[in-house]
Ligand binder design. Structure first.
Ligand SMILES: [Zn+2]
Ligand SMILES: [Zn+2]
Length: 102
């Protein structure tokens, strides 16, 4: 199950389960939209993959107990700010490679 992390890993902005600006990579590394667009250039600093909007887990029990009340968001904060200069070089290198070849 997807881990709904509580904050942006770069700037530590709160990203509650219903945040519309939460972005994740396939490893669930979690960032806010402004860091993804401004600092990360859509490159995850941990794996080099892209980032996409995080789906919202339903707050209400619409069906089969699959909702936040049964599967709450994580409270474990991972605040690991990126080195912006080093990341810019990393992102620039990856962006020269076609997505299917990365
Ligand atoms: Zn952020
Ligand atoms: Zn990642």
């Amino acid at each position: 199950m997807l881990e709904l992390r509580p904050t942006c890993e770069n700037c530590n902005k709160p990203l509650p389960p219903d945040a519309l600006d939460a972005r994740i990579c396939t490893y669930e590394c979690t960032f806010c939209a402004s860091c993804v667009d401004g600092v990360l250039r859509n490159v995850c600093p941990n794996c080099g993959g892209g980032l996409m909007p995080r789906p919202i887990r339903p707050a209400r029990n619409w069906k089969g107990d699959n909702f936040l009340g049964n599967d709450p968001a994580s409270t474990h904060i991972r605040h690991r700010p990126v080195d912006a200069v080093a990341h810019a070089a990393f992102a620039a290198k990856l962006q020269q490679i076609a997505p299917q070849d990365r």
